[in-house]
Design a protein. Structure first.
Length: 217
C-alpha cells in the first residue's frame, strides 16, 4: 500500500520552517461564508517574519490579577495590531507562550470558536515551548491575518493564585505573502470558478490552498 501525505502538512513539519505558498500559487481566503481568491504574484516571493514579542499587558504598568478561588477569573484582552500586515497581503503566524503561569486564548473578529467545543484556541508555556523545541510546527497555535481586516485578539488569565503577573507575552513568527486579488466568476457551462489572467482570458482555478481568517459561522 502506498501512503501519501499532504504537501502542506509536510512543509509545516519540515525543518527549517517553510512557507506554504510560493510565487504564482493561489489561495482561497475564507471569512465566514464570504471568500476571495488571491495569487502570490510571480515577481514576488514570501517573506520571513522573524520572531517578535507581543505584550498582552500593554501599556505598562498594567498587571494581571491573581486567579480567584471563587471560580471568577479576571481576564484581560489585547488586540494584536502588531500582527497586522500590509495591504494586499496575508500573514501566517505560529505562536509561542513566553511567560509561565498564564493561559492565552486566541480569537479573531466575530469568531465564536475555531472548533465547536471551544470558546477560543487555548495555549500556554508548557505546551507551546515543548512543541517549539521539538520542531513540531503543526502543533503550535496558528493564525492567518489578511491585511488589517482580521486582527487577532488574545485573552489572558493568570493561573497563579498567589502572585499577580507583570507580563503576559507571546512570541509570533511566520511568513508574509504578498497578494493580488483575482477577478473570479462562475462558468455557467461547467459551474466551475474561473478568473481572468493578465491577457484577459478566462482560466479555470485548478487548485488553491484555503485558509480561514475568523468569523466562524
Amino acid at each position: 500500500m502506498v501512503t501519501t501525505v499532504s504537501s502542506t502538512v509536510t512543509r509545516l513539519n519540515r525543518y527549517p520552517y517553510e512557507p506554504i505558498l510560493m510565487s504564482g500559487q493561489k489561495v482561497r481566503v475564507q471569512k465566514g461564508q464570504v471568500y476571495k481568491y488571491f495569487e502570490v504574484p510571480r515577481f514576488e516571493a514570501p517573506k520571513l517574519i522573524p520572531p517578535f514579542e507581543v505584550e498582552m499587558l500593554s501599556p505598562f504598568p498594567k498587571t494581571l490579577a491573581t486567579l480567584s478561588d471563587t471560580g471568577a477569573q479576571t481576564q484581560q484582552s489585547h488586540e494584536c495590531t502588531e500582527m497586522d500586515v500590509q495591504t494586499p497581503g496575508l500573514g501566517q503566524y505560529r505562536l509561542i507562550a513566553l511567560d509561565k503561569g498564564v493561559l492565552f486564548e486566541l480569537f479573531q473578529p466575530q469568531s465564536t470558536s475555531k472548533f465547536q467545543t471551544l470558546t477560543g484556541i487555548p495555549f500556554h508555556y508548557g505546551t507551546t515551548m515543548q512543541f517549539y523545541r521539538n520542531q513540531l510546527w503543526s502543533l503550535l497555535p496558528e493564525v492567518f491575518v489578511l491585511n488589517d481586516e482580521s486582527t487577532p485578539v488574545i485573552k489572558v488569565t493568570n493561573m497563579d493564585m498567589n502572585k499577580t503577573k507583570q507580563h503576559a507575552r507571546i512570541i509570533a513568527f511566520g511568513f508574509f505573502y504578498p497578494l493580488r486579488e483575482l477577478e473570479t466568476q462562475i462558468d455557467p457551462k461547467t459551474n466551475r470558478i474561473v478568473y481572468k489572467d493578465d491577457a484577459g482570458n478566462l482560466r479555470f482555478i485548478q487548485a488553491a490552498l484555503t485558509v480561514e481568517v475568523g468569523v466562524k459561522s
